[in-house]
Design a protein around this ligand. Structure first.
Ligand SMILES: NC(=O)c1ccc[n+]([C@@H]2O[C@H](COP(=O)([O-])OP(=O)(O)OC[C@H]3O[C@@H](n4cnc5c(N)ncnc54)[C@H](O)[C@@H]3O)[C@@H](O)[C@H]2O)c1
Length: 285
């Protein structure tokens, strides 16, 4: 169902890989709500993924960019303004990747070169994106910039590894840049902290099945789906949220505010034995 919330607005969606991607759902909803958009991802993701199919379906140009390259990002904003005919009203940063997670390096055995890549791809790219846009004066007054985050930025989750540090930095960039861009051009910058979701990036998180199930049971409203996340992004891009900025907004069915549920406590009680591996060593987790 369309409410025409983005009628006449122009947007850029970064990070749609396949039809499971949160960015994919956001792109579809944005067009359904009346926006015209461009899409961006890495050249490799464009080749390996299905973003061209999405571009054809939504009549959206696909512009290649590695989000760690200021030059590439600047080009995305320039080309998008040309194709869409003017300043951009909304941007989605839906990008995350940790080489340490991929290579199964644990948090107490990080490769620091890889940590640098995690932070650059998953967090500093957000700064680069906003700075490139601001230098080009590419975002309209009261434009809205959103990045996707996760509650591991605030609380420790076993297996989320150095992505937790990246998300903490991402959320901090939203506040720091939100102040400057808001003061100068009324541009809003926020992060949406989403429930665990089965996507390509999500499946890289250690124990995602159990984490998904745990979060789902602990949240009074259950986990938020990718489609529901898309709805929330649309509201944040719309004129209905013009005074919301510099916030980390939880979209998690209430998970982040729950301490302990009765059901979880009862389940926990059943297994108070120490968690040991086959050699009898305690598994910390
Ligand atoms: N899936 C979850 O459980 C979950 C929960 C909370 C937040 N998030 C966040 O949502 C965002 C989107 O992830 P998703 O779950 O839709 O998975 P996804 O795998 O579909 O999307 C991740 C995207 O990042 C892109 N990317 C990786 N390196 C890049 C680079 N150098 N330059 C440009 N793009 C690059 C990938 O090509 C891919 O399109 C991420 O920031 C992720 O951390 C995901």
């Amino acid at each position: 169902m369309s409410y025409n919330l983005l009628k006449g607005k122009k947007g850029i969606i970064f990070g749609a890989l396949n039809d499971q991607s949160i960015a994919w759902k956001v792109a579809e909803r944005a067009v359904e709500e009346g926006a015209t958009i461009t899409l961006s991802n890495t050249p490799m993701a464009i080749r390996m993924g299905e973003i061209n199919t999405l571009g054809d379906k939504l009549n959206a140009s696909v512009i290649p960019a590695d989000a760690t390259s200021v030059e590439d990002l600047t080009n995305v904003f320039k080309v998008s303004m040309e194709k869409l005919g003017g300043q951009i009203d909304f941007v989605l940063h839906s990008i995350g990747m940790s080489p340490n997670v991929r290579k199964k390096r644990t948090y107490d055995d990080l490769d620091y070169g890889m940590l640098g890549k995690t932070l650059d791809i998953s967090a500093i790219s957000f700064h680069k994106m906003i700075q490139s846009a601001k230098k080009l004066n590419a975002i309209s007054e009261y434009g809205s910039i959103v990045a996707l985050s996760y509650v591991a930025a605030q609380r420790t989750f076993y297996g989320y590894n150095d992505m937790a540090d990246a998300k903490a930095l991402l959320e901090s960039i939203a506040r720091s840049f939100g102040y400057i861009y808001g003061r100068e051009h009324n541009v809003r910058i926020n992060t949406i902290s989403q429930s665990p979701t089965f996507t390509t990036a999500g499946s890289g998180v250690k124990g995602i099945d159990k984490l998904y199930d745990f979060a789902n049971r602990m949240s009074p409203l259950g986990n938020a789906s990718a489609d529901e996340c898309a709805n929330y992004c649309i509201v944040m891009f719309s004129d209905l949220t013009r005074k919301i900025t510099m916030q980390n907004l939880y979209h998690d069915g209430g998970f982040s505010s729950v301490g302990m549920s009765l059901r979880a406590m009862a389940t926990y009680e059943k297994g108070l034995d120490e968690y040991k591996d086959e050699n009898g060593n305690i598994i910390y987790g």
